[in-house]
Design a binder for this molecule. Structure first.
Ligand SMILES: C[S@@+](CC[C@H](N)C(=O)[O-])C[C@H]1O[C@@H](n2cnc3c(N)ncnc32)[C@H](O)[C@@H]1O
Length: 198
């Protein structure tokens, strides 16, 4: 995340959210699976080096960020992956099979998407790939930073259950709208009061 500068006397800086969260997630029962690099077209980057372009002083260099991390975790299991797969019936395994033309590397070049309410959304194709490559039909997928709910829309489309967490009420409303949900999606405080956080 780029934190813009507060004024002319300040500097912008990048906050490395995935690196901060990773040790917390692995310490609380999540197993790290993959880091996907979402590569956007160069033109999609917010320019950060206009000053550097003029005077070319090394320490003033700031890269225009054209990538984002998509960090994939799974609930830790003592079983090997084959044994986990055998839990699913033959029909589910066949229907969950990833079609030809899948991306074999962890660099996914995809155009950015836009939303009328949220300013930083994932493209639908990115969420669809993550779900198709890392989960089976009927699984539960979790997005702890749901934004406008793109992962939920993809999960609905691909017959997975989903759990979305979002701190901003305005975005929760957008999620409800996109998913056609009513009162089931609630603010974090309401959810806590319901006793689900125990
Ligand atoms: C980059 S956006 C995610 C966009 C999403 N992938 C989409 O396609 O719409 C990150 C979201 O995380 C939310 N967020 C930040 N801190 C949070 C927290 N502690 N708990 C839940 N959501 C949080 C922000 O409000 C923001 O909407």
């Amino acid at each position: 995340m780029i934190v813009p500068r507060a004024g002319r006397q300040h500097e912008s800086h990048r906050y490395a959210i995935p690196f901060d969260l990773h040790p917390r997630l692995t310490a609380s029962g999540w197993r790290f699976i993959d880091d996907i690099i979402w590569k956007k077209p160069d033109a999609a980057a917010k320019p950060r080096n206009s000053g550097f372009n003029v005077h070319r002083q090394p320490m003033t260099y700031k890269a225009n960020a054209v990538t984002e991390y998509v960090m994939v975790y799974r609930k830790r299991s003592h079983r090997l992956i084959d044994s986990n797969l055998r839990q699913y019936d033959r029909g589910t395994r066949a229907a969950s099979r990833v079609p030809d033309g899948y991306e074999p590397t962890n660099v996914w070049e995809l155009d950015p998407a836009h939303d009328r309410v949220h300013s930083a959304v994932f493209p639908a194709s990115l969420c669809e790939r993550v779900i198709q490559y890392y989960s089976m039909i009927g699984d539960l997928v979790l997005d702890p930073f749901a934004g406008s709910g793109t992962l939920g829309v993809a999960a609905q489309h691909l017959n997975r259950d989903f759990l979305l967490l979002e701190i901003n009420t305005q975005y929760i409303q957008r999620i409800q709208q996109r998913l056609g949900l009513g009162a089931r999606a609630t603010r974090t405080e309401d959810w806590r009061n319901d006793g689900y956080a125990q």
